[in-house]
Design a protein around this ligand. Sequence first.
Ligand code: TYM
Length: 345
Amino acid sequence: MSDTSDGQPNSAFTPRVFSGIQPSGGLTLGNYLGALKRFADSQDQGVQSVYCMVDMHAITVWQDPDALRRQTRELTAGFIASGVDPEKSILFNQSQVAEHAQLAWIFNCVARMGWMQRMTQWKDKAGKNTQNASLGLLAYPALMAADILVYHATHVPVGEDQKQHLELTRDIAIKFNNDYGVNFFPITEPVIEGAATRVMSLRDGSRKMSKSDPSDMSRINLTDDADTIAQKIRKARTDPEPLPDTAEGLAERPEARNLVNIYAALANLTVDQVIADHAGQQFGTFKPALADLAVAKLEPISTEMKRLTADPGEIDAILRRGSERAREIAAPILAKTYEIVGMVR
Ligand code: TYM
């Protein structure tokens, strides 16, 4: 592995992948293409991967307890239905591995207030009334850094929207290593790649597709049925021009670019290949092709999610077993951190 920008070699660390998704209700096509599908595609590359339902992140904004339980199980089903194998990867929920919260406290004391207040997500979610936001919402990125670094994870696959949090994770690792004069935490590499690292709203090409958008027509949910998926794509906002003959022709056309990116990611093609196949087509032709592709890829996932969520006991057993495996990695790293910090054990 290459040396990192601050000159600290990362080669001392065994490559390990970590990523997390909030069980805050409803998985979107953005979560699937930006995260889940890539997790499934990469799990046979011989690197240990650890994937987490970050329930403690979810409660930084209010969650109804019954809904949180249901959403955590549904998210787990979403991972498995998308092809993440709980035997090959470690799949668990964050609150069952207390080491995340324990390391997060130490990172709360490493990170600076100014770093937290600069985070775009904090500004977006707290809005104007910051006095009324939870303290957890401000501290959120330190918990995220702990999620990653408690496994000494070297690679974190995420969508584009998480980039700033991963830069902060690097800052926390660098400051910890400098403050304590150690090379203990790796400087994590964000892995933001593929045709759909930022899937946009179907109603507004300048906004990210999100489960919190008030309009359900703006997103495709992994639980949508075939008719709903097709209808949402048919009604997606576009411009009146046909598709261009080069990818550069999409530069000033955010809605068209978004649909082409989605097509490419779903079909495992590059944007150039999609353009080569569909150049000159009107949306009246391209949208039905995209709808067919989306239904073919997503319907089996939603069917499998329904089957899996019918047996919550089985899902809970998977999470419990995953948590035990996760703790085997996290506990010694936390113990060593306490020793470095000077906690008497
Ligand atoms: P979350 O739960 O909002 O999203 C989960 C993953 O889905 C990606 N994603 C998208 N990708 C492309 N286009 C979109 N429209 C889109 N919407 C969401 C996100 O980038 C993410 O990869 N803070 C994180 C959860 C987290 C985490 C971590 C991630 C907690 N600890 C440690 C990585 C490592 C979050 O809120 O993601």
